[in-house]
Design a protein around this ligand. Structure first.
Ligand SMILES: [Zn+2]
Length: 194
């Protein structure tokens, strides 16, 4: 077998990014089912699975109240920062916390974390990425994964955009593709057109 070793990175499927949360992504909870299915498949094959989470201090500059651009979300140890209740959990899954400092946005799962190191230690060549939100943390994680030297598959059916502008999700997919990611699945959902 010469098949490339793969890993799955599930980005920020947290309460505050799902319907009812403080920074809710429209239909954000629709990513739970496809990602649960993929997590099971990866774990069943013995392939590594990671979940990233926004994990901000209350005083983060990322928040509009402190000079940033976002409503307060995913503050450390609050219910908004917890993973969606239906997202699969398993002791084999590694949690990556990001945006943990007052000065960091933490859009990318690779920003200020040991994710790249953990992937290399496990000889991973190809990283599959889905989650929330397409136009911020998913895009930045995909692009940084490519920069770190991994092949990246972006899971179009398992991501949803914030869409501050209606075209943001669609544009983010184009940026991921141009950066070298392979886009897998239906991009109509990524664009928020489903
Ligand atoms: Zn954040």
């Amino acid at each position: 077998m010469s098949e490339k070793r793969k890993a799955l990175v599930v980005v920020d499927v947290q309460n505050d990014f799902c319907p009812g949360g403080s920074l809710a992504v429209a239909n954000g909870d629709e990513v739970v089912a496809p990602l649960n299915k993929l997590m099971k498949e990866f774990l069943d094959r013995g392939e590594p699975v990671f979940k990233t989470r926004d994990w901000h201090p209350a005083q983060a500059k990322h928040f509009a109240a402190n000079g940033g651009m976002w409503p307060i979300h995913c503050v450390q140890n609050t219910s908004g920062a917890e993973f969606h209740k239906d997202l699969s959990d398993d002791p084999r899954i590694t949690i990556i916390s990001k945006g943990v400092n007052e000065s960091s946005d933490g859009y990318s799962g690779f920003d200020g974390t040991n994710l790249a190191q953990l992937l290399r230690e496990q000889d991973v060549k190809e990283v599959w990425v889905g989650g929330l939100a397409t136009d911020y943390c998913v895009k930045h994680t995909v692009v940084d994964g490519l920069r770190a030297g991994f092949e990246v598959k972006a899971l179009a059916d398992a991501m949803r955009p914030v869409n501050l502008k209606p075209s943001d999700g669609k544009q983010a997919v184009e940026e991921m593709r141009e950066a070298g990611a392979e886009i897998v699945g239906s991009t109509s959902k990524v664009a928020g057109l489903s």
